[in-house]
Design a protein around this ligand. Sequence first.
Ligand code: SF4
Ligand code: SF4
Length: 273
Amino acid sequence: MTDIHLCQPDSCKSCAACCGIYNYVRNTRAELVSRFEYRGRLMAKVRSGELSLDGYRDIVRRREDGRRIYKTIYTCEFAGFLDEARKRVGCMLHPMVTGGSDLRVHSFYGQEICDGHFCPSYQKLNNNEAMSVMNVVDDWYLFGSVITDIDFVKTFFTIVQNTLGEEIAPASVEASPLLKEILHGYFSLKVTWPFRDVSRPRFGKYYFVGEEYDIDRIDYQRLGASVPPYDPIFLSLSSLFKTKDELDRANTTIDKLIKGFCDEYGRTHNAHH
Ligand code: SF4
Ligand code: SF4
């Protein structure tokens, strides 16, 4: 369990995953940026009194590609950029953004649900895991994808902590540019992974067929391999391995990151203690 505020941790990044931003079929960074920029221009008209909130919602619904990956999860029209620098995403109806009025009463979920929602990452991530993600990711798109993927974060930490025989201290990661780089490299696999299954709608280990979802299983037997320790990571990365060679390359990629992290952590952390 973590007491760190994962939704809006600092001025460089934030998350709006539960507002459904990754649930659009068109959910690349560039597609979300242009969606949010458009919403920002429209919201400026609401603030100046030129447009009502209902008018805003109608235009967004009409103009945007609203197709969803998982049909049952709502994609809220009021998620957007919260700052001029476009570093933080979140709720444009929140009182911190409107300057006082809580306009979330006008949203699909309503003020109470929006205000009281804390995703499972608050329960499942430990402080050192959450803090390490916060310290190395300074980008809303990557931050939201990583902080909400509990298996992806926890599997890395479990393996390195078991190897090192101690808990990772976020201060030690923060103090080492190389550790930060390795960890950032691992988290960035969320957007750079070459073995991603693009044949069907997916969120990490989940795949969707209409209103239904299921958890994927990678058929290692078919590849002539046993289940690797990185299986939860591969599932979080929505992997599809066509050949044993692809699986070997994937294992090598994670091996290198984990070994590199453990070597450097052992060296720098022990040097300070
Ligand atoms: S998904 Fe979790 S961390 Fe992200 S905005 Fe929602 S509650 Fe906050
Ligand atoms: S109204 Fe609720 S669901 Fe919509 S952006 Fe705001 S917090 Fe998210």
